[in-house]
Design a protein around this ligand. Sequence first.
Ligand SMILES: Cc1cc2nc3c(=O)[nH]c(=O)nc-3n(C[C@H](O)[C@H](O)[C@H](O)COP(=O)(O)OP(=O)(O)OC[C@H]3O[C@@H](n4cnc5c(N)ncnc54)[C@H](O)[C@@H]3O)c2cc1C
Length: 361
Amino acid sequence: MDNAKEKLIKSLNPSNLKLNEPLSKHSTVRIGGPAEIWYEPQTTEEFCNAIKSARELGISITILGRGSNTLISDKGIAGLIIRNASKEIKILEGEIEKEEPLKETIDEIEARWQSDNQKGTFKYEFKDLDYDENNLPRIEVSLESGVDMPFAINYLIDKGITGLQWYSRIPGNLGGWIYNNVHGGTHFINEVVKSVKVLDKTSNIQILSGSELAFEYDKSRFQTSGEIILEANLLLYKGDKEKAKYVAMEWAKRKSIQPPNSLGSIFKNIDNQTKERLGYPTTATGYIVEHVLKMSGFKINDAAISPKHHNFIENTGNASAKDYLEVIKTIIDRAKDQIGINLKPEIFFLGFTSQELSFLK
Ligand SMILES: Cc1cc2nc3c(=O)[nH]c(=O)nc-3n(C[C@H](O)[C@H](O)[C@H](O)COP(=O)(O)OP(=O)(O)OC[C@H]3O[C@@H](n4cnc5c(N)ncnc54)[C@H](O)[C@@H]3O)c2cc1C
């Protein structure tokens, strides 16, 4: 290990630090080689200090949330790999009048959710659970980026604060949720994001408003800006607690066919024009993998297309990142060859060389 890394290690809180920590332990799909320097700061201050020190010493920094949307290379990741463990949730006092202009500042994103309870593995229906909360009074809640969101949903509903029930059974930390604009049913998290506090590239703290975050389907500015998410203020609702609890429970029940030893949906769903052009009954990529490419049962070693949801790839035992990547590549190649479409991954990749990922272009 070089001097700079030794210096960094000395500056970190030893109780939150591990060397050569297997990243498979920090990924829902249980894949990933070692993190050279693994650090889990317990406060936002510790989080920022570690990032500033690594930057000053020229050490590469990788941020991880719950690892539920990220495929990590078998070689692992060099430098500092950091997961913010600061998880404060603050309910800010005072209701906000219902004419809060949040909605006006954020463009509507067309959901690629299409109900289809007849075809293939896309067996769950959401329409009957959906309802509009926009006429309710808002309440502002601030969450640190290390907050475990499945915990936050229930914690807030218990306090009569609703608006996150649509994201039930989606793993992840607040940082990861914002980074890819998490979606549940027809909803996107951007609908309730008022502002995000970040550490910018020059290590200054900035507050960005929801309208500055360039949210799209599976996208936010953070995927290119190099800013680190520290905290977000969400404008939630003083809603119907029992109704929200029911939706969260029922939605989780319906989604329980999704295998947890995975990274969620691997590919983005196709858009409506492509669906119409190809004459498919749904925008769901799982439908294409199952019924068009007919890849049920396809696997490479222990990386297998899920028989329950064909847009999920499971680790059924000891899959490597190489196996997992090969399944992704095979699906992309077949979709290109057989139906002429370019499937786009919804997941992120860490620790791979650009050559290993060249098939994604
Ligand atoms: C069973 C299952 C079901 C799922 N269902 C859904 C679903 O219905 N809808 C959906 O949208 N997703 C779903 N997912 C995918 C995943 O849960 C979400 O995308 C979630 O937002 C990922 O959060 P994470 O904390 O695990 O992020 P990670 O995978 O750890 O990280 C994702 C990216 O965010 C970056 N990042 C994380 N924190 C920060 C930060 N503080 N600052 C800057 N960058 C950061 C990382 O560097 C990485 O590039 C599912 C996954 C599983 C396993």
